[in-house]
Design a protein around this ligand. Structure first.
Ligand SMILES: Nc1nc2c(ncn2[C@@H]2O[C@H](COP(=O)(O)OP(=O)(O)OP(=O)(O)O)[C@@H](O)[C@H]2O)c(=O)[nH]1
Ligand SMILES: [Mg+2]
Length: 281
């Protein structure tokens, strides 16, 4: 959990976590000015604190580094501001444990009216849809939401994707998805509820615009990298041997058509879907 000033919601978030599926819970306190750290240290969780605020992406870097070094097989990112249900962690983890996916996204858009009913502001819904559609085209995926803060990753993905090269701010999230698609990792999504209330932290309109522009910028860098016009270290594998057998090679076309839904997802989650970004032409 990457956390900034989440004293009001941390305990409730912790209590919602399906602990029977979780070996260890980590909170990285990103230099909060409230008593997030003191509260976290009273809970039976691992706490790491930044001496100064680094940003949402920088906080995730600390989260994933620590998880990898503590031998996690599957890593789930859950926002501690209470906007996602910890109860459904098993649904995010199961496809990875079963070897059917490398990254699982909790989508608030698989239920077509869920985001509106859950209180997501109209401009965030519109921006989310527009960005998701644009990024799907670039990545060769057909996912319903690419801007969720609820994600599970396999250890293999976090080892291979050079996430430490990503932005310190919110663009980190988009960059990580683009990297996962570029390296041919398999995506899966499961429905999750939309929860907006006064206690949750939320990006402002200005932050949202900056995030949207940076997300499209990350897509542009992916295209330029694939065309060999402007290489980015974000899309360079850590070594030539990094590709795993059974995974598609990194796509070479910047506008690869979306693949058919593979149907390899959890059979119990009828409205979930899987897709693998893959090469074409
Ligand atoms: N805004 C912000 N959040 C941080 C930072 N570091 C860690 N976080 C945590 O990152 C999570 C996501 O930030 P939010 O501002 O809620 O953004 P969001 O949930 O993606 O967007 P909304 O849909 O507007 O709520 C929260 O749980 C924060 O506690 C930081 O520097 N800035
Ligand atoms: Mg939030």
């Amino acid at each position: 959990m990457p956390g900034l000033n989440v004293a009001r919601t941390l305990e409730r978030t912790y209590e919602g976590i399906a602990t029977e599926w979780v070996d260890e819970i980590l909170l990285v306190d990103d230099g909060s000015s409230d008593n997030t750290r003191e509260l976290a240290e009273k809970l039976p969780i691992r706490v790491i604190w930044h001496p100064h605020n680094v940003g949402y992406g920088g906080t995730q870097k600390t989260c994933y580094l620590d998880a990898l070094q503590r031998d996690a097989d599957v890593v789930v990112m859950l926002h501690p501001d209470g906007q996602y249900e910890g109860e459904i962690i098993p649904k995010l983890v199961a496809p990875i444990v079963a070897g059917k996916a490398d990254i699982v996204l909790g989508s608030r858009f698989l239920d077509p009216d869920g985001a509106r009913k859950g209180g997501m502001p109209w401009w965030k819904r519109a921006a989310n849809r527009f960005l998701t559609e644009s990024e799907n085209r670039l990545m060769g995926t057909e996912l319903s939401e690419l801007h969720t803060g609820y994600r599970a990753f396999s250890r293999q993905l976090l080892l291979e994707v050079p996430f430490l090269r990503n932005s310190l701010d919110f663009a980190f999230d988009t960059e990580l998805l683009m990297q996962a698609a570029h390296f041919g990792f398999r995506f899966h999504e499961v429905p999750c509820a939309t929860i907006y209330n006064n206690e949750a932290s939320s990006v402002s309109f200005r932050q949202g615009v900056v995030y949207g522009v940076k997300s499209l910028g990350a897509g542009a860098r992916l295209v330029l990298h694939r065309r060999g016009i402007w290489r980015s270290k974000k899309f360079q594998a850590r070594s030539a041997s990094a590709s795993s057998p059974g995974r598609a090679p990194a796509p070479t076309s910047p506008t690869a058509p979306p693949p058919p839904t593979s149907g390899t997802g959890s059979p119990s989650a009828a409205s979930s879907s899987s897709t693998a970004a893959r090469a074409s032409g």
